[in-house]
Design a protein around this ligand. Structure first.
Ligand SMILES: [Zn+2]
Length: 106
């Protein structure tokens, strides 16, 4: 298995090490991002930015290392329900649980 590199948060709060909850939250965000593809990272960071509100793009850029413009784009895409984005999902062969429909037909 490839080693997964989790980015260390670059925000001032985590650098200062004063708030364990913020540190844990930003760590979780970067852990999740480390397992996502480029598009998913953009959307997730955009979602977090929306949650934060004003200044969210800059804040999430500090946390994730993603470009502010990339996060703004992700935020815009998420705001529009990902309209126009491809719907094909990347799945590992044999991965995932059987669909609900399949289970019901047993
Ligand atoms: Zn942080």
């Amino acid at each position: 298995m490839d080693a997964v590199v989790v980015r260390a948060c670059g925000c001032a709060d985590c650098q200062g090490g004063e708030d364990d909850r913020v540190f844990a939250e930003h760590r979780r965000i970067n852990v999740l991002l480390s397992r996502m593809n480029e598009q998913q990272r953009r959307w997730f960071a955009g979602h977090e930015s929306l949650r934060l509100g004003f200044g969210g793009d800059v804040r999430m850029s500090q946390v994730t290392g993603l470009n502010v413009d990339t996060i703004a784009r992700g935020r815009s895409e998420v705001s529009q329900d990902l309209a126009g984005r491809p719907t094909d999902r990347v799945r590992l062969p044999g991965g995932g649980r059987p669909s609900v429909e399949k289970k019901i037909r047993h």
